[in-house]
Design a protein around this ligand. Structure first.
Ligand SMILES: [Zn+2]
Ligand SMILES: [Zn+2]
Length: 354
């Protein structure tokens, strides 16, 4: 099988042939149809974070494909089912976080495309209990970004506790933010989208944002304060500045939900305002299997749109460069299918709104 692997944090990914793995007990072998490119994959490939993946490894945690083989003891899924293989590749199922509905915080978890090989490959192994069924009728090219970008922002909206009368500020409208706008809208909030590129703000308006602010031209803090302040602010940005702006734009009792993971790791939070105004500052990391199931349900009902561009895996290094350069409005998805068998597409579909 073909696979894109990281052999060195300073070198581009290499495309190479590797032996087809076979599922062990509790595992399934998935033939990957689509794999999204999440910014985390770039951090993984560069070894940016304190806990680095061990080399060599295959990135990718937005894998969607068909179960081709099941290992001993697997009850579901079945051969032929379409499944998503998310970042939470496995959790212990027994710790206090797992049994209280917070499996995403399991200290023993294994992460797809990081501590186990991911979806930048024709075939991948996954833990049967931690894959999520993709309902019939959802395009695998849509399902891929929903598997991380979708579930992560859906969970952030839950963590923000958005109510129908809330003003929700979404800082950063990219692969994550364009979905955050939609989930906040579905929850009933009035959405204010903030970014520095007009094309992304235009997209946010089309997806349900009531207000947009280009932070290069207008101060988002002043704008939100004029509206009475944000009840919650969800920050998907890749630099720390917007996190501080989001804090400053909250109204009393407001909630700052951190989702993006900038390489520069800190902001200053003023204690006095946090205490007297009862501000909540919280982080939110991906989502559970149930959250992802709900994300797929919303998409199957036609309530969300995934904005994406399609690439072939051969172009993985160029795609990563384009994402890092901010040239991609939303999500890159690698179409892993045999082009002729799929009977479709030419490899590059610019700005597909499906
Ligand atoms: Zn991700
Ligand atoms: Zn656990």
């Amino acid at each position: 099988m073909r696979s894109a692997i990281v052999t060195d944090f300073l070198r581009p990914l290499e495309l190479c042939e590797r032996p087809t793995p076979h599922p062990g007990p509790g595992e399934v072998l998935v033939r990957v149809e689509a794999s999204g490119l999440c910014h985390t994959d770039i951090h993984a490939a560069h070894g940016d974070w304190p806990v680095k993946p061990s080399l060599p490894f295959t990135p990718g945690h937005e894998g969607v494909g068909i179960v081709e083989e099941v290992g001993a003891g697997v009850v579901t899924p079945h051969v032929g089912d379409r499944v998503a293989v998310p970042w939470l590749g496995w959790a212990c199922g027994a710790c206090e976080w797992c049994i209280s509905g917070w499996e995403t915080l399991c200290p023993h978890q294994r992460n797809t495309g990081y501590s186990r090989d991911g979806s930048y490959a024709d075939l991948m192994l996954a833990s049967a209990k931690y894959v999520v069924r993709v309902p019939d009728g959802i395009d695998p090219l849509d399902a891929a970004p929903l598997t991380c970008a979708g579930v992560t922002t859906y969970k952030a909206v839950k963590v923000a506790g958005v109510r129908p009368t809330d003003i929700v500020a979404v800082f950063g409208v990219g692969g994550l933010g364009h979905l955050a706008v939609q989930y906040a809208r579905i929850a009933g909030g009035v959405v204010v989208a903030i970014d520095v590129r007009d094309e992304k703000l235009e997209m946010a308006s089309q997806l349900g944002a009531t207000y947009t602010v280009n932070a290069l031209r207008e101060d988002p803090v002043a704008f939100l304060r004029d509206l009475g302040g944000a009840d919650s602010a969800i920050v998907t940005a890749a630099s720390p500045g917007p996190f501080r702006q989001a804090f400053d734009s909250l109204r009393r009792g407001g909630r700052l939900v951190m989702v993006g993971l900038p390489a520069e790791n800190t902001i200053e939070v003023p204690i006095f305002q946090t205490v007297l105004q009862g501000i909540t500052v919280t982080g939110s990391i991906v989502g559970t299997r149930l959250d992802l199931t709900e994300v797929f349900e919303l998409h199957a009902r036609g309530l969300t749109k995934v904005v994406r561009v399609t690439r072939r895996l051969d172009d993985v290094n160029e795609a990563m460069r384009a994402v890092e350069a901010g040239e991609i409005d939303a999500r890159v998805v690698f179409d892993m299918r045999d082009v002729e068998a799929a009977g479709v597409r030419d490899g590059v579909t610019a700005g597909t709104v499906s």
